[in-house]
Ligand binder design. Structure first.
Ligand code: PMT
Length: 331
């Protein structure tokens, strides 16, 4: 039996995590680009949203052959980014490498392969877009080009949970200069357990000794420092994913109470494309309670192209506007 580790150690706080786990080599370069992007948006008076999207991996070896992954295709994040752009926001899209991205998501290799859109003219040997696809492609392309010409979309990638945590902290700190005009939309599927670098095997874990037992450490809950330290008065939206409907509301409420941010959007794995629940604080006079608001769409409407993210973003944009106008500060 191969045992990689069994030493009990103190759980990581965010502070001890960043003090012991090395940053990705591209961090400084990535952050310089994010800084220039944000300062351009600030000059133009735009609201900026950080959208995180896709799943984080947890490598089991330093020379990584095997890793654990978190479920997420990046659909929620990529789709939401498009609706934020449509609402006039500038978007920092921080996503898992090779997961779905705004605009190109419509032509994902598995559901709508790009080559299937094309036709060859037998006489001229020119390539064209098939007539049944061209009006949709034209719409997507026009918006894509406009967004890029306006410089409103900046893309960053992560693979591991370590890349994600370092990037999230640094990008949030950069974005905090916008204070209330910044929104943080945390749709990525973030791992809860990881192997600290100091406990990882240098080389591929060898088989042949029977079963493998790995003890993983808990990833520190990063929403806490995000709310208290990294984002100042930004508007923070987190997601809560559950597979047991009965746990969804209690867990979402607990998250809001624990971290004190603005909204938790609860979604169940199997119904997430048709319904979500907004859990947020309801302030009436000096009384504060937690309220739940369900957003639902008819599952049949998705066949005609309806996306629940359209309604999620419309609701958030309104709430963010009130947050900006209200001028609330957290402390
Ligand atoms: O991309 P799709 O296929 O469309 O799927 C979208 C989605 C289901 C992944 C998305 O809608 C979603 O629910 N994302 C959040 C998934 C997740 O990490 O849920 P969680 O219940 O494990 O964590 C809840 C919150 O705690 C998250 O906002 C996360 O940022 C935060 N967290 C998680 C781990 C950690 N160590 N610290 C945290 O603060």
């Amino acid at each position: 039996m191969a045992t990689t580790t069994s030493t009990k150690s103190e759980p990581f706080s965010a502070e001890s995590y960043f003090a012991t786990q090395p940053p990705p080599s591209t961090l400084d370069h990535d952050i310089q680009n994010v800084r220039s992007f944000i300062s351009r948006q600030a000059e133009l008076g735009r609201n900026v949203v950080l959208v995180t999207s896709g799943g984080t991996t947890v490598p089991l070896e330093l020379n990584v052959v095997r890793f654990l992954d978190n479920f997420s295709a990046g659909t929620r994040g990529a789709t939401s980014a498009e609706y934020f752009l449509q609402a006039g926001y500038a978007v920092v899209f921080m996503h898992r490498q090779f997961s779905l991205q705004p605009f190109s998501r419509h032509y994902s290799h598995s559901t709508n392969p790009f080559l299937d859109l094309l036709e060859i003219d037998d006489k001229s040997h020119n390539i064209g877009v098939s007539s049944s696809q061209s009006s949709h492609l034209l719409e997507v392309l026009k918006t894509y080009k406009a967004v890029h010409n306006e410089g409103r979309l900046h893309t960053l990638t992560f693979v591991t949970i370590n890349d994600y945590l370092w990037l999230l902290r640094a990008v949030s700190q950069e974005l905090s200069v916008l204070r209330r005009r910044a929104m943080y939309y945390l749709a990525a599927a973030v791992g809860d357990f990881f192997l600290p670098r100091q406990k990882m095997s240098q080389h591929k874990i060898q088989s042949g000794k029977g079963s493998l037992i790995i003890e993983m450490d808990q990833v520190p809950k990063i929403l806490k420092p995000m709310v208290d330290e990294w984002s100042r008065d930004g508007y923070i939206v987190s997601f809560k994913l559950e597979t047991d409907q009965d746990l969804l509301i209690p867990k979402a409420r607990a998250s809001l109470e624990r971290y004190g941010h603005q909204v938790v959007i609860g979604n169940d794995l199997n119904t997430r494309k048709f319904e979500v629940v907004f859990v947020s604080r309801d302030e009436v006079g000096d009384r504060s309670s937690i309220k739940e608001t369900w957003l639902r769409i008819d599952p049949k409407s998705t066949e005609a192209g309806k996306e629940i993210e359209e309604d999620i973003i419309r609701e958030l944009v309104q709430r963010h506007r009130k947050w900006i106008e209200g001028g609330q500060t957290r402390n």
